[in-house]
Design a protein around this ligand. Structure first.
Ligand SMILES: Nc1ncnc2c1ncn2[C@@H]1O[C@H](COP(=O)(O)OP(=O)(O)OP(=O)(O)O)[C@@H](O)[C@H]1O
Length: 246
C-alpha cells in the first residue's frame, strides 16, 4: 500500500475500536499534531490504552482506519511500567542499544557509531553511571530513564507513552519532561497518557479527551479551566488528579 507523503503523520478516520464484543470507542476523527505533545486523558476504563493499541496496530479497528505515515521502525510504544517484565538479565546499556534493532536488525552486532550514540543517550538521561547495572536492580525512575533512552536510540518519530511519570521521582520527571519536549521540538509526534493536571500543564500542547465512547480534541487551557468538550467538566472527572491550574 502506498504511503501518503502529505498531511499529518497520524490521523484517525471515523475509527471504531472494541475489546471483545464491547465497543470502547467510536467515530473517532482527528489528527495528532506533528512536532507536538498531545495528552490523552479520561477516567479509568474510557479507552486510553485501547486507543494506543489501535494506533500501534495491535488492535484491529471494527470500522474506520488509522492513517500513519511513520514507518514501523520509527514507531515506539512505552507501556505502563507495571506491564513490563524487567527481570530478565540485561544491563541498562544493553537495553538502550536494543533501540537500534528496529532499523539495524537484532543479529548484526553494533558498530562504534552505535556505541557512541548509546553513550550520548545515557549521558543525556543522567544514567551513564548505571550502564552496566542489571535492569532488575534499578529504581522506578532509573528504569523509566533507560526505557526512554531506548526510544531515543530508536530515533522514534511517533512515540506513545502510557503514564510515563507513574512511580518515578521528581528529578526524573524533570529530566524526562526536558527530553520529551526536545523530541517534540525536533519534530517527533508524541502522545502521552497523563493523570495529573500539573504534568498536563507542563507538557501538553493539546489534549484528546476520552469520554463516553468518544474522543474530543481540545486545548490544554480548556481542560485545566475545567471546560471539557461537553463542558463544563471538572478535571477530576477526566481522571486527572492534582489541583487545577486555573
Ligand atoms: N483485553 C480486554 N478484554 C476485554 N475488555 C477489555 C480488555 N482490555 C480492556 N477492556 C475494557 O475496555 C475498556 C477500556 O479499557 P482501557 O484499558 O482501554 O481503558 P483506560 O482508559 O486505558 O483505563 P485505565 O485508565 O484504567 O488504564 C474497559 O471497560 C476495559 O474493561
Amino acid at each position: 500500500m502506498a504511503t501518503p507523503t502529505e498531511g499529518p503523520r497520524l490521523q484517525l478516520d471515523d475509527l471504531q475500536l472494541a475489546q471483545g464484543n464491547r465497543t470502547v470507542l467510536q467515530h473517532v476523527d482527528g489528527a495528532f499534531r506533528d512536532g507536538a505533545i498531545t495528552a490523552l486523558v479520561g477516567a479509568n476504563g474510557t479507552g486510553k490504552s485501547t486507543l494506543i493499541q489501535g494506533i500501534m496496530g495491535l488492535l484491529k479497528p471494527v470500522a474506520g482506519r488509522v492513517r500513519c505515515r511513520v514507518s514501523k521502525e520509527r514507531r515506539a510504544w512505552l507501556p505502563q511500567q507495571l506491564a513490563l517484565d524487567l527481570t530478565f538479565p540485561m544491563s541498562v546499556e544493553e537495553l538502550v542499544m536494543t533501540g537500534s534493532w528496529p532499523s539495524h536488525g537484532a543479529l548484526k552486532g553494533y558498530c562504534a557509531a552505535h556505541y557512541r550514540r548509546g553513550r550520548e543517550v545515557m549521558a543525556r538521561l543522567g544514567i551513564s553511571h548505571l550502564a552496566h547495572r542489571p535492569l532488575g536492580e534499578l529504581s522506578g525512575g532509573q528504569r523509566q530513564r533507560a526505557l526512554i533512552g531506548r526510544t531515543l536510540m530508536q530515533e522514534a518519530e511517533l512515540l506513545l507513552l502510557d503514564e510515563p511519570f507513574a512511580n518515578v521521582d521528581a528529578e526524573t520527571v524533570d529530566v524526562l519532561t526536558t527530553v520529551l519536549r526536545d523530541m517534540a521540538d525536533s519534530g517527533a509526534t508524541l502522545i502521552v497518557v497523563l493523570h495529573d493536571t500539573e504534568q498536563l500543564a507542563r507538557l501538553a500542547d493539546e489534549v484528546v479527551v476520552l469520554s463516553h465512547g468518544h474522543a474530543h480534541w481540545t486545548s490544554t487551557e480548556a481542560v485545566l479551566k475545567g471546560h471539557g468538550p461537553a463542558s463544563p467538566v471538572a478535571p477530576m472527572s477526566l481522571g486527572l488528579s492534582g489541583v487545577s491550574a486555573c
